[in-house]
Design a binder for this molecule. Structure first.
Ligand SMILES: [Zn+2]
Length: 222
C-alpha cells in the first residue's frame, strides 16, 4: 500500500508542476537507523518510563488497537467518531483507552483490555522549556491557529505519552524484550526531517548538519 501511494502522490506532484529537492519516505533504511538512534539515546539516558498498562485489544483480529485502529466517543467534546490518538473535531490528543464506547476499526467489535509493556516519554517534565521555546520564542513565526492549539495543550497539562506500539508495521523498538513492538508514528515521523536531509545531503555530496536548517524549514509530512 505504501509503495502504491508513494508513487501516486509523487506522480500527482509532477503533474501539478511541483518538484522537491528530495522526495523520500520514512520506510527507508536511513530513516530506520536515524529514528532508532534517537530512541536508543533517550533510552540509554534513562528518559523513558517503562510501564505495563492495559491497552485495547481485538481478539478476533489478534491485534492491539492503538491510534487509528479504534474509534469511539471523545471524552472532551462528545464526537462519536474520534480516533484513539486524537479527536479531529476538537483537536484533543488522548490515549485509546480514554475513548468512551470504543470499537475496533478492523472488526467493529468492542475491544478487551490486555496487558502490554510500553515506553512513555514524560512530556509533563518538559512543559516549562517547551512553553518558553514555543510560546515565548516562536510566537511570531507560527500561524495563530497553530500557536493557539499548542498553547492549549500546554495549559491543559502535558502527560507522559507512549512512544511505542504493538504493531507489525513500522520501526522495531531497538531494545531487548520489545519483540513485536514498533516506534509510534509521531515519535518517528518528525525525525524524518533529519533523515530526509541526510539522504539528500549524501546524494548531493553536502554536509547535512550545515545545510540541514534550510531543508528542515521547508519540509512537509504528507
Ligand atoms: Zn473531541
Amino acid at each position: 500500500m505504501v509503495d502504491r501511494y508513494h508513487k501516486i502522490i509523487g506522480d500527482s506532484f509532477k503533474e501539478f508542476g511541483i518538484t522537491f529537492d528530495h522526495y523520500g519516505r520514512t520506510s527507508s533504511t536511513e530513516h530506520h537507523n536515524t529514528a532508532s538512534a534517537f530512541f536508543t539515546k533517550l533510552y540509554n539516558d534513562g528518559k523513558f518510563i517503562e510501564q505495563v498498562t492495559e491497552q485495547l485489544y481485538d481478539p478476533e483480529a489478534d491485534q492491539f488497537l492503538a491510534d487509528r485502529f479504534v474509534v469511539g466517543t471523545c471524552p472532551k467534546c462528545g464526537n462519536t467518531e474520534s480516533y484513539g490518538d486524537q479527536c479531529e473535531k476538537c483537536g484533543t490528543s488522548h490515549n485509546a483507552t480514554d475513548l468512551i464506547d470504543p470499537k475496533s476499526a478492523i472488526t467493529g467489535n468492542t475491544p478487551e483490555l490486555k496487558e502490554t509493556k510500553h515506553w512513555f516519554l514524560p512530556l509533563d517534565e518538559y512543559s516549562d522549556w517547551l512553553n518558553e521555546w514555543i510560546v515565548e520564542g516562536h510566537s511570531k513565526d507560527w500561524k495563530a491557529n497553530v500557536l493557539g492549539q499548542v498553547k492549549s495543550w500546554i495549559t491543559d497539562g502535558l502527560h507522559p505519552r507512549a512512544v511505542t506500539r504493538d504493531l507489525d508495521w513500522g520501526i522495531p523498538v531497538p531494545v531487548e524484550g520489545a519483540d513485536g513492538k514498533v516506534l509510534y508514528v509521531w515519535f518517528d515521523a518528525p525525525i524524518g526531517y533529519i533523515s530526509a536531509t541526510k539522504e539528500w545531503a549524501a546524494r548531493e555530496g553536502k554536509n547535512w548538519k550545515i545545510t540541514g536548517k534550510r531543508m528542515i524549514q521547508n519540509y512537509c509530512i504528507l
